[in-house]
Design a binder for this molecule. Structure first.
Ligand code: B12
Ligand code: SF4
Ligand code: SF4
Length: 343
């Protein structure tokens, strides 16, 4: 079969399976990611330890010597209803991400697309966190543009999740789109970043991004940083929520199966009273960036959110947390108690 026909077949199959977009690029299109990364590290040297190993994204043929191209698909999540009680606490991406969700429709579509690759005689591989720099790949495949807040936008805004595969055929399918760049005078996203992680266009300090801190922190954070993190307990959407280009893109049409039930089990008070088995049952399968050895972080995040938005009805929960068996939780409670003396 002609390479172009093969590429078109894959793209059509992906759309039929419900992906919002699908494209394919040859590996040489990814080389300049290395320059982007070097520029980022020069602008923000603190990011180096976190981003150093993403250099391999520019050369997927190093881990996959047989690879010839990358297939990239985007899935829209801005169509789902957001449980009211989780808005502003949990980054929306994490509510709808299909990774490690065996019952998700997208997980099933991914499996069907992979069956299709096999049917067509195409060798492929996929990684949980991507085989390449996924925003860059999606942009190169014409699926959208990258805005100043670093996000890939399609016509449905930045509320899209990206998946990538390396394949052993040199296929190319580049879509066109009519999205236009950010206005020169807009800086809403930068102004909205609570920790100044996004400190200039197309550039962020990944060590100060609330998202990474909510699941990556190894101990209590300095008070000034904790304060800036506000009420986010897992992820952060501030630089996306502030963007006018995202204005009408969240449509709230569809109910994600099981999400309301899960949301009903999540509150500050519930998290503070959860033991390990409750955390495993309620939180782990969906919010798997916090593994059991770091379950204490959920409570620390909640206590920090309580400090930043203290309400007298929190008092009983706080007293209970002061007897928690984890030292970091007790330490954070002490910090909170010191603070509320002044309320
Ligand atoms: C490492 C990582 C993180 C780290 C560091 C993030 C970072 N930006 O460096 C941490 C943990 C902080 C993180 C957080 C989040 N992440 Co993350 N993360 C990744 C990962 C694994 C690699 C990203 C990377 O390469 N960073 C390196 C830097 C150099 O890239 P970048 O900041 O994205 O910048 C891009 C643009 O700025 C552009 N660029 C740079 N200069 C210029 C100049 C011009 C003129 C242009 C046009 C473009 C341009 O090129 C860069 C490369 O694509 C990707 C998955 C993957 N394999 O790609 C997901 C990914 C980027 N994350 C994603 C998401 C959703 C998030 C969160 C929103 C989750 C949340 N709600 O809390 C937050 C938001 C953070 C943010 N503001 O970007 C999505 C983004 C989807 C989208 N629509 O863009 C991805 C693609 C995962 C996925 N499967 O969909 N993430
Ligand atoms: S996700 Fe939050 S902390 Fe991270 S860059 Fe965006 S606004 Fe800043
Ligand atoms: S807030 Fe403004 S500058 Fe930032 S991404 Fe949106 S349009 Fe671009």
């Amino acid at each position: 079969m002609h390479q172009n026909d093969l590429a078109e077949k894959i793209r059509n199959k992906a759309l039929e399976l419900g992906f919002e977009g699908c494209g394919m690029i040859k590996l040489d299109k990814l080389r300049d990611y290395e320059e982007i990364l070097d520029q980022r590290i020069e602008d923000c040297p603190k990011s180096k330890p976190m981003l150093g190993n993403t250099k391999r994204y520019a050369r997927p043929e190093i881990p996959y010597p047989w690879a010839k191209a990358v297939v990239v698909c985007v899935t829209r999540y801005g169509k789902y209803k957001v449980p009211e009680n989780l808005e502003g606490l949990i980054g929306k991406y994490y509510l709808y991400d299909h990774k490690l969700q065996p019952d998700s429709r997208v997980t099933k579509s991914i499996a069907e697309l992979e069956e299709y690759f096999t049917e067509l005689g195409i060798r492929f591989s996929k990684e949980l966190h991507g085989v390449t720099a996924m925003r860059w790949a999606a942009y190169k495949a014409g699926l959208g543009i990258i805005r100043k807040n670093n996000f890939l936008y399609t016509k449905h805004g930045s509320w899209v999740i990206i998946d990538t595969w390396v394949i052993d055929h040199e296929l190319e399918w580049v879509e066109t789109n009519d999205l236009t760049a950010c206005p020169d005078d807009c800086s809403n996203c930068i102004d909205a970043c609570p920790t100044r992680s996004l400190f200039k266009p197309f550039c962020m300090d990944s060590t100060a991004c609330i998202t990474g801190l909510t699941w990556g922190a190894t101990g209590l954070l300095p008070e000034s940083l904790s304060e800036a993190m506000g009420k986010w307990i897992y992820g952060c959407d501030a630089c996306q929520n502030a963007c006018p280009e995202n204005g009408a893109t969240w449509t709230e049409e569809v109910e994600l199966p099981g999400l309301t039930e899960l949301a009903n089990k999540i509150s500050f008070s519930n998290i503070l009273s959860m033991d390990e088995s409750a955390m495993r049952e309620v939180l782990l399968s969906k919010f798997w960036f916090i593994q059991p050895e770091k379950f204490w972080l959920w409570k620390v995040n909640v206590l920090r959110a309580m400090i930043n938005d203290f309400k007298p009805e929190h008092k009983d929960d706080i007293m209970r947390a002061s007897e928690d068996k984890n030292e970091k939780v007790r330490e954070m409670t002490a910090r909170l108690l010191k603070k509320i003396e002044f309320v």
